[in-house]
Design a protein around this ligand. Structure first.
Ligand SMILES: O=c1nc[nH]c2c1ncn2[C@H]1C[C@H](O)[C@@H](COP(=O)(O)OP(=O)(O)OP(=O)(O)O)O1
Ligand SMILES: [Mg+2]
Length: 200
């Protein structure tokens, strides 16, 4: 069996975090940047798991390699769970600054104790044979009224984690990975990875 895993993402921030999270496995990691001919997979599902499965399955078929896909988003309580699966296309097409600006506008006037939210990541691992593994991860926080910090990506600058008195964008990548939705989902995946990898 090949020693390569493709991460089915066009998001450089995710790809960076996965390289760090998967480093202990000693697997050769590729991303969609290595397969420029693969088109964007339409995220037509109604859930994180459906969308991650669509991305993973399409790329496994096209590459004949094992694939990991991540579908993730920000779930805001005061907005009835929005932007949720629409996080990447909330204000525009993958424009982090406009997405954050729209979020802050929607939460204008909402008091601090009602600005609760969580990030969710659903990870789907799929082999070309169809063998699949799914894990989920979460992190709880509060949406600030203005961005803080330069690290990370997406909504990180407005996502404050009370236990650490920092936004995700104020943490190092290692700190973020230790507590984030993606970090938790990846840890769970890694616990069962060898069993999945060794099966047909
Ligand atoms: O740790 C995170 N820190 C901040 N923001 C985050 C995080 N994790 C997901 N997010 C946001 C970014 C994007 O607005 C959406 C994911 O959308 P999602 O479709 O899963 O990813 P994407 O389109 O950027 O890349 P791709 O589908 O190629 O993997 O949630
Ligand atoms: Mg996407």
């Amino acid at each position: 069996m090949t020693n390569e895993l493709v991460i089915a993402t066009k998001n450089e921030g995710k790809a960076r975090e996965f390289r760090e999270l998967l480093a202990p496995k000693g697997i050769t990691i590729k991303t969609l940047a290595d397969f420029p001919e693969i088109p964007q997979v339409a995220e037509t599902g109604q859930t994180f798991e459906e969308n991650a499965t669509l991305k993973a399955t399409a790329v496994a078929q096209l590459t004949s390699l094992p694939v990991l896909a991540d579908d993730s988003g920000l779930v805001v309580d005061a907005l009835d769970g929005q932007p949720g699966i629409y996080s990447a296309r909330y204000a525009g097409n993958h424009d982090d600054r406009r997405n954050m600006a729209k979020l802050l506008r929607k939460l204008d006037g909402v008091p601090k104790d009602q600005r609760t939210a969580h990030f969710q990541t659903t990870l789907v691992l799929v082999k070309p044979t169809g063998k699949k593994m799914v894990t989920n991860g979460y992190v709880k926080g509060l949406i600030l009224t203005e961005p803080r910090g330069e690290n990370g990506f997406g909504y990180d600058p407005v996502f404050f984690v009370p236990a650490y008195h920092q936004t995700l964008a104020e943490m190092t990548e290692k700190q973020k990975n230790a507590i984030s939705h993606r970090g938790h989902a990846a840890q769970q995946m890694l616990e069962n990875f060898d069993e999945w990898w060794d099966q047909a």
